[in-house]
Design a protein around this ligand. Structure first.
Ligand code: HEC
Length: 174
């Protein structure tokens, strides 16, 4: 019985927060519309389109090896310990997602310019579509293979070459 009550309380809290958010936004729309000289209803559509555009794109068919990606997922969640920081569904961390440069074996050159001196766990959705400019905050790794190699030595994961390429296929499938 207590279990049902907890579920009911959790669901109603979430629904209440969602209503609160929607209400706050909807109340602000007329003022925003006046400022921007557009009808509030058009603003509503623009905001919805913007929110939808934030969803991570799905990888195109044939851009990764599905069987290898399945093996890669098991490694990502297990032996390679990636999911301890990159947690689904965002592949970042709920709550505190900042890490010291040392914890990911990297330098603090950029981190020391921020207030907390740390790097944020990058969400990994849509990785397959981000093929230009390299990976990590300064693009220091040209390929996903290099990123996995970096973790392999940093965290002494002992991933074989095939396991590393399986993790890469999984990354491309996100
Ligand atoms: C201790 C937490 C932690 C663990 C464990 C971890 N990561 Fe990360 N990851 C981070 C942080 C922090 C960054 C951001 C680094 C930066 O920007 O310099 C990052 C960045 C990345 C990026 C770059 C994304 C981009 O768009 O530039 C990839 C890819 C990645 N991680 C994959 C992995 C994989 C694969 C594993 C497991 C082998 C893993 N991570 C394990 C914290 C972690």
């Amino acid at each position: 019985m207590a279990g049902y009550r907890t579920i009911a309380a959790t669901v109603s809290t979430a629904v209440f927060m969602q209503f609160l958010d929607a209400t706050a936004l909807n109340t602000a729309l007329p003022a925003m519309g006046r400022d921007l000289h557009v009808m509030p209803i058009d603003l509503n559509v623009a905001i919805l389109a913007y929110q939808l555009s934030l969803a991570a794109p799905h990888p195109a068919k044939g851009t990764f090896d599905a069987a290898a990606a399945r093996r890669g997922k098991a490694l990502f969640d297990g032996k390679a310990t990636c999911a301890s920081c990159h947690m689904p569904p965002t592949f970042s961390e709920p709550g505190q997602n900042m890490h010291t440069p040392a914890s990911i074996c990297t330098d603090d050159f950029q981190a020391q310019r921020s207030p907390d001196g740390m790097y944020r766990t990058t969400p990994l959705g849509g990785l397959g579509t981000r093929t230009k400019g390299g990976y990590y905050h300064d693009g220091r790794y040209a390929t996903l293979g290099q990123v996995v190699q970096h973790y392999n030595s940093c965290m002494n994961l002992k991933l074989t070459a095939r396991e590393q390429s399986d993790v890469v296929e999984y990354l491309k499938s996100l």
